[in-house]
Design a protein around this ligand. Structure first.
Ligand SMILES: [Zn+2]
Length: 251
């Protein structure tokens, strides 16, 4: 049966000389893989653009497997950004989505958040990685493992200033608890710029221009989020796009 879906194209990969496998994040079905037979032989105009939102017509597989592409009409174009770092942030956001196993009842929330993320990035000229981290934090919460930035993992009080990440406890440590911890190899003490960014993260959109990032700070924050994800999901979160995005910041 042919089904109409509203879907963002995450990526396309070559299947044969003439066919592509399209990975979509759809509002109705979550992430799906669609085979588009013969699409590479079609005109330029009929090629699809990753990151864009489409009205997709496709045939649902009888059992698990690939959907069969019929046609797609663009709804919103999210393939153009003010710079290549911003574009990389958009792509990394979708890569993150492609790693999730999303329960049916959460699909719409995550879909709308993703659309809002891509829409927001269209006007971000610098420091798009800050918006990516805000998105990553929201997705972390929606993935059911809590908000890493809400409470100190030692005293459990509201985290006024995230000051370190403690691997053995799987969480951030507040500035009051940090002096109490004997330095050890599971304690990652955050630099002042990293602390400030994490503190401002929920409203980071208002601070894009004033924050200066270098690769060391970017790596600190990437590492803390990755460790939190790994501990609480018991699964590594490896985002290729994030390595690319990190390259935009000077060492
Ligand atoms: Zn504390």
């Amino acid at each position: 049966m042919k089904t109409k879906l509203q879907a963002i194209l995450i990526k396309q990969s070559q299947y044969s000389e003439s066919s592509l496998i399209l990975q979509f994040f759809s509002l109705q079905q979550g992430t799906i893989s669609v085979i588009a037979k013969g699409i590479r032989k079609k005109s330029e105009k009929q090629q699809l653009l990753p990151l864009c939102e489409y009205e997709l017509l496709a045939y649902e597989p009888k059992e698990q497997g690939l959907w069969l592409f019929s046609e797609a009409n663009i709804i919103r174009n999210f393939s153009v950004y003010p710079g290549s770092a911003t574009w990389a942030a958009a792509e990394t956001g979708l890569e993150l989505i492609s790693h999730l196993i999303i329960p049916q009842e959460d699909i719409a929330t995550i879909y709308n958040l993703t659309i809002a993320y891509l829409e927001y990035l269209k006007k971000v000229k610098s420091n798009a990685i800050l918006i990516f981290w805000r998105f990553l934090n929201r997705i972390t919460i929606l993935s059911g493992i809590g908000n890493p930035l809400s409470n100190c993992c030692i005293c459990n009080n509201a985290l006024s200033l995230p000051s370190a990440y403690l691997k053995s406890k799987g969480g951030f440590v507040c500035e009051n608890c940090l002096p109490e911890i004997y330095p050890n190899d599971t304690l990652l003490i955050l630099s002042p710029p990293a602390r400030k960014i994490l503190l401002l993260l929920p409203e980071i959109g208002n601070h894009l221009e004033e924050i200066t990032l270098d690769r060391a700070v970017v790596n600190e924050i990437n590492t803390a989020f990755a460790l939190y994800w790994q501990t609480h999901h018991k699964q590594t979160l490896h985002l290729k796009g994030l390595s690319v995005l990190t390259q935009f910041y000077n060492a």
